[in-house]
Design a binder for this molecule. Structure first.
Ligand code: FRU
Length: 362
């Protein structure tokens, strides 16, 4: 079955793949953040599978969206086999992962109950990351088993960009029912021409999303024009001078693809999303955060938000490019779907903060 642009006909299989890093999180829960050089007693201690993309997978499967993980899995040490078992227990396939004889990454996390903060120390800093060559060798341009492919931006920006490009330009499931030549003539700028064609093809390939979280990744901005949906983290937006989610989506929209949807969550202030209704008019929608919650564990709240948004967009057969369809119907539906997605993302993230780990998310 294929998808029409008004979203009325069924879509492929609804399967998502998340590409990024995997680690084990060793979590210490303390009543308040420890003083340096002190000797403190903790409230709880446990470990769980971590890394943004693997957390996305965990939450997506809990929400019943089938999901695979792709990344490098270290095979050295006890943590390595524990991670593999945990993926299996959770129902996330790692069949496309690249196994390397390296230590599995780990993160030491301090969750402070009184402030609600999570402090993370990640090791090692030079863990091998998935390369474009490895990705290409695995799929050879055939992404037909996926409806959506999500990328976590890691420090190897050119590789992640090439991987996203490979999906954007992959072989289409069916020939789209529009005339590229005609569209190109109608378009105004070169950027509009290229992006209009790529976006009109989106119903015939997996949708590409990208999460940019780490402020320290140099050249992160260069990856923004490679995705249909771009998630910007609060930390990243703050490091680039933004003070709220609306300011962030407006700031980054111009360097994303013309028809991209840009999304930013801002903790207890909720989230915003933006997209162009037409080349002259930007639409911004917002969502409040889940109200009246008592935060016990904010580790992975951003990852849960991303999963909640993707889950909704996949279910609602979201296709980028609000005004590229048949008149106002698509534009109105686009707005509703984007709004619904960020509202649900905020709910999932809020709910996650009220519990330790992810097991209670259903
Ligand atoms: C949470 C998380 C943790 C991991 C760290 C990596 O968002 O993915 O699971 O330790 O961030 O930066």
């Amino acid at each position: 079955m294929s998808t029409t642009r008004d979203g009325t006909v069924g879509f492929e299989n609804g399967k998502v793949m998340c590409v990024g890093l995997a680690c084990v999180d060793f979590v210490n829960v303390v009543d308040s953040f420890p003083q340096e050089d002190s000797d403190k007693r903790g409230e709880r201690y446990y470990w769980q599978r971590g890394g943004n993309a693997t957390n996305n997978c965990t939450v997506l499967t809990k929400l019943s969206t089938p999901c695979d993980f792709m990344g490098v899995l270290g095979t050295k040490g006890a943590e390595a086999s524990w991670i593999a078992e945990d993926f299996e227990k959770c129902g996330v396939s790692t069949v496309h992962c690249v196994r390397k004889n390296v230590q599995c990454s780990s993160a030491t996390v301090i969750l402070s109950i009184d402030s609600g903060t999570r402090t993370i120390i990640f090791y090692p800093r030079d863990q091998p990351q998935l390369t474009y060559e490895e990705f290409n060798k695995e799929f050879k341009g055939d992404f037909s088993s996926y409806s959506w492919i999500h990328f976590e931006l890691t420090s190897n920006v050119p590789d992640v960009c090439n991987m996203m490009n490979a999906v954007l330009t992959c072989e289409l499931r069916e020939k789209p029912e529009f005339d590229c030549e005609e569209l190109q003539e109608d378009s105004h700028s070169e950027r509009e021409k290229v992006d209009t064609v790529l976006t009109m093809q989106a119903s015939q390939r997996p949708i590409v999303s990208l999460e940019i979280e780490k402020p320290e990744i140099e050249d992160a901005e260069k990856s923004m024009d490679k995705a249909d949906v771009v998630f910007i983290s609060k930390d990243f937006a703050k490091s680039r001078g933004c003070t709220d989610a609306v300011e962030a989506v407006k700031k980054f929209q111009p360097i994303c693809r013309l028809w991209a949807t840009v999304i930013c969550a801002w903790g207890e202030c909720g989230a915003a999303a933006s997209y162009l209704e037409n080349p002259e008019s930007l639409c911004v929608v917002t969502s409040p955060a889940l109200a009246n919650i008592s935060v016990v564990d904010s580790l992975g709240a951003g990852d849960s938000f991303v999963a909640g948004v993707i889950h909704t967009l996949v279910r609602r057969q979201f296709i980028p490019g609000a005004s590229l369809g048949q008149g106002g119907v698509v534009t109105e539906r686009h707005k509703q779907v984007v709004e619904e997605a960020i509202v649900f993302g905020c709910k999932v993230a809020g709910l996650k903060c009220t519990m330790f780990g992810y097991d209670g998310i259903t």
